[in-house]
Design a protein around this ligand. Structure first.
Ligand SMILES: Nc1nc2c(ncn2[C@@H]2O[C@H](COP(=O)(O)OP(=O)(O)OP(=O)(O)O)[C@@H](O)[C@H]2O)c(=O)[nH]1
Ligand SMILES: [Zn+2]
Length: 206
């Protein structure tokens, strides 16, 4: 049983006021990580019947804030804002930088990748788990918001599996686009090969 409850909801105008989103904080997470929920009302009346579209987005300072080309996080976050603002739903912005190992360790892993190791091997070389994320916290956030049935925007099968194990019903998995370019191709290919992400490489060429 989760102790998570909604603490505060605050409206924030985004993108020069074109997007209105409600930022939501929570009480009861002992990790102190300050995960944040972002709620979008959705634009079309016809969307009223839609099950909320939800993206679990793991923090990536380099990609989300600075537009790093080594991954696809910044582009995926923009895509999630566009789509969820249209259709209504939530972004759960999870403070799980570097798949949970943290920013400094991610930079250490990048240095090892520059020597030829793949993204998962690099974590292992650092004696860190290849993926240290627990999406149970996202299920607790959804329950605190009164949401137990969702459409999930992802290509990562582990996100769906973990949410279902924690009592969230997934009506549909909506694939996120594949934003591939020269610096992140290997990172994306490795996710598809090692973790069975459903990536279709010809979908989008940025
Ligand atoms: N350890 C490590 N983490 C990385 C690396 N590249 C990106 N990341 C992290 O990977 C995470 C990406 O998370 P998400 O965008 O939620 O996506 P995902 O698990 O790939 O699944 P999708 O929902 O399909 O996008 C972020 O926390 C990034 O910081 C890397 O080379 N090493
Ligand atoms: Zn990233």
């Amino acid at each position: 049983m989760s102790n998570l409850t909604v603490k505060r909801r605050v409206m924030i105008p985004m993108r020069a006021g074109d997007v209105m989103a409600e930022f939501i904080s929570f009480d009861g997470d002992d990790s102190g990580k300050e995960h944040i929920g972002i709620s979008f009302e959705g634009k079309k009346e016809s969307n009223d019947q839609l099950v909320p579209l939800v993206r679990l987005h793991s923090e990536c300072l380099t990609g989300d804030v600075f537009g790093s080309g080594r991954c696809d996080c910044g582009e995926q976050l923009d895509e999630a804002i566009d789509r969820i603002n249209e259709e209504g739903g939530y972004i759960l912005y999870l403070r799980q930088e570097g798949r949970g190992i943290g920013l400094y360790a991610k930079l250490d892993a990048y240095a090892l990748q520059d020597q030829g190791y793949d993204t998962y091997q690099a974590n292992e070389m650092l004696h860190l788990p290849e993926d240290d994320r627990d999406f149970g916290i996202a299920a607790d956030m959804l329950k605190a918001l009164g949401v137990t049935r969702i459409r999930l925007l992802t290509n990562n099968p582990d996100k769906a599996k973990q949410l279902e194990e924690h009592g969230i019903n997934i009506d549909k998995i909506v694939p996120t686009k594949v934003h591939v370019h020269k610096y992140n191709r290997q990172y994306l290919e490795t996710k598809a090969k090692r973790k069975f992400h459903t990536l279709t490489f010809d979908l989008v060429k940025d």
